[in-house]
Design a protein around this ligand. Structure first.
Ligand SMILES: [Zn+2]
Ligand SMILES: [Zn+2]
Length: 425
């Protein structure tokens, strides 16, 4: 029996050349926009200590409770593949002393994340995010900057219609009171909620508000659920209304969504989500970009009391929403064929010289009949074919064949670069 081939892991997919250039387009667009906003790239490792996420994202969240790839390594340490990008960036910000040297830093990342969720359309276990974190600015100006950045990213990527929803989740001063009111409201309803929400009522009541189960959604919308907006302290309330005023001035449209909470414990005050389509047409599961303010996370992770706000955009999700991205224009490639043994080595040497001069060059590595080599050159999309045989070696020339025009001419080897420059420009 032949050996079975090894398959990729469920929820982890290959990115093939036919799609890779779309990702390059998203990445290049993102880098461009981040540069316009003055954000700098940061790359953190895939693996972190598990503690980092239990102390930040929160023990009671689905992400930490059920979805992380956590294992004990050979030294006995509990490690996790990062399920999100914010906590690692905050760790790096503290570890490298930015909190002291440059508290007002802004970073971006393009990175894979890992969550053991049920794989479905646009949702993988290794997925990719474009994200940014803006540290050290307490005012709503920072929230508006992050929101504006996302809107520009999505427009430049080619997404025509999208809508922004915002909410305020309050701060550590006003959240406990709201939690009490919410738990008091939810407890009598608990038997009618989904099994997950029955557990959430005491542990993580905010998450009941954005449960995806139809029975929970219908039930909560038919009731007069306490709204966080009625419980905000004066400082949170002012922050939220000032943010709205700034967004209006900047021309960024938004809707207020009192059910918008995020699946992570660290958010305070502003939370936002961006959905594809015009406002009103979306369902909550569709968010392609989301984030918020997390003013307590830096101190929760052992740093000074510094505010921050950030977002992450799902690359798989945005790709599902974008119209066809036109493939990049291919540079005309030059193919080199060798006829005869002695020409083979010279052809690879010549290919190197052409590449040094900036011409994409493809030397035929397989050899064989002239017909077979021409066929491969044509299939590779080469416009020009350079042929080196016994005659050309003797005369120090190269035969240049234009496949489209079916013309050919002999060029002195020393003039080849100048000839190609003229021909291919
Ligand atoms: Zn507050
Ligand atoms: Zn539920």
């Amino acid at each position: 029996m032949a050996n079975k081939t090894v398959q990729s892991v469920r929820g982890f997919v290959d990115l093939l050349p036919e799609d890779a250039w779309k990702w390059q387009f998203l990445e290049a667009t993102a880098r461009e926009v981040f540069q316009l906003y003055g954000f700098e790239e940061i790359r953190t490792p895939l693996l972190e200590k598990t503690d980092l996420f239990s102390r930040s994202v929160g023990e009671a969240t689905d992400i930490v409770g059920k979805e992380m790839y956590t294992f004990t390594d050979r030294s006995g340490d509990s490690l996790s593949l990062r399920p999100e990008g914010t906590a690692p960036v905050v760790r790096a910000y503290l570890e490298h002393g930015f909190a002291k040297s440059h508290p007002e830093s802004s970073f971006y990342y393009l990175a894979p994340m890992f969550r053991h969720e049920r794989p479905q359309h646009g949702r993988l276990r290794q997925f990719h995010q474009i994200g940014a974190e803006l540290f050290g600015i307490p005012g709503p100006e920072a929230d508006a900057e992050i929101i504006s950045l996302q809107a520009d990213l999505l427009s430049r990527m080619g997404l025509k219609d999208f809508s922004l929803a915002i909410n305020s989740l309050g701060c550590r001063a006003c959240q406990p009171e709201y939690h009490r009111r919410l738990v008091g409201f939810l407890e009598p309803l608990a038997p009618k909620l989904c099994p997950n929400c029955q557990k959430r009522v005491r542990g993580n009541p905010l998450r009941v508000l954005d449960c995806k189960e139809a029975e929970c959604r219908a039930l909560l919308r038919s009731q007069s659920v306490p709204r966080i907006s009625d419980s905000l302290c004066p400082a949170c309330s002012e922050h939220f209304s000032e943010l709205q005023a700034i967004l209006k001035t900047m021309g960024l449209e938004f809707t207020l969504d009192p059910f918008l909470v995020r699946g992570l414990d660290y958010y305070t005050r502003t939370a936002f989500e961006i959905y594809p389509g015009k406002s009103g047409s979306q369902s909550r599961t569709d968010a392609i970009s989301a984030g918020g303010r997390y003013d307590e996370l830096i101190s929760d992770l052992g740093g000074p009391a510094l505010p921050a706000v950030g977002f992450a955009l799902g690359m798989e999700r945005i790709l599902l929403q974008l119209p066809e991205i036109p493939p990049p224009a291919k540079k005309p490639a030059v193919a080199l064929l060798a006829m005869g043994v002695s020409a083979r080595r010279l052809v690879q040497k010549l290919a190197r010289e052409l590449r040094e001069n900036g011409f994409p060059a493809r030397a035929d590595l397989k050899g064989g009949s002239f017909k077979a080599q021409i066929h491969r050159a044509d299939r590779a999309g080469a416009g020009l074919v350079l042929i080196l045989g016994e005659d050309e070696i003797r005369d120090q020339t190269v035969m240049v064949k234009d496949l489209k025009k079916s013309e050919q001419e002999k060029i002195p080897a020393k003039d080849l670069v100048a000839y190609l420059r003229n021909k291919l420009s």
